[in-house]
Design a protein around this ligand. Sequence first.
Ligand code: PHE
Length: 323
Amino acid sequence: MLNKIKEKFIKDIRQAKDLKELEEICRCCLGRKGELTKILRSLKDLSGEERKEKGQIANQIKKELENLFQEKKLRFTNDLPHRQTNWIDVTAPGILPDQGHLHPLTLVQKEIEEIFQSMGFSVVDGPEVETEQYNFNALNVPKDHPARDLWDTFWLKDLDLLLRTHTSPVQARYMEKNNPPLRIIVPGRCFRHEATDATHDVQFYQFEGLMVGKKVSAVNFKGIIEEFFKQFFKSDVKVRLRPSYFPFVEPGFEVDVKRNGDWLEIMGAGMVHPNVFKEVGYNPNNWQGFAFGAGLERLAMIKYQIDDIRLFYSSDLRFLNQF
Ligand code: PHE
């Protein structure tokens, strides 16, 4: 009799599908009018020896069942789905972990590097904290030259150092250490002490280009830059050069690209000034070349139709996740 009750309840407990069912089973077994409770109560009518023997067994079974109830109850009250059911649904859709991705400016920089590398240019970099010598003097902008006003400079206090205002100093650094002919591209961060607005920020990226050889001409420049824009914008583009002034080139141009019917000013460029060649130890009678410098954000903004440069540095996921 007692063993039968025990087996029945063990089976019921095992089959209970939720907490409510389990509690109902518990009540039928150990509740005030439960089957086991009734038996325990009836023990008092038995004779001494029998009472002792049956009492021991009944109390043992009571303990066992109580433990089983408790154990099973824990499964239902714990939140974890596999605890509740004791099995794992391997077909349930998983929770995808968030995955990072490259910043739009990094993507654009990589793309630019790849296009120029395919045309034989090497990628080079230089320091963001520069000397006056490389940022200005070596580029034909001596002290007190009015052209210094073209770049609003962050000077580092008490030191002959500044935050580079353009990537052009790397032209001089590279030519000093390497012999022509050469072709380099220099992506990097620059700084200007300017008011921030939708198209200006105190920090921004530029990429500099420099090609020097025996007969490198402005025609070569136009051909190379047209090919670059064609690959970058993945369409045929019209490029025009307008006369402009930068102290380290002669002649200097502004490069415009036609997009959707409008001419957009995209970069400064020109033929390397003889004084720059002299400064780095090249004989300007033997060598000639072109240089250009463009804003990376500006190119990214045109390509992806972004209307505010500050978005790049805002860490706003609504913006960043679109890339
Ligand atoms: N360094 C110039 C600027 O930042 C751009 C430039 C580079 C112009 C190379 C000519 C040649 O304004």
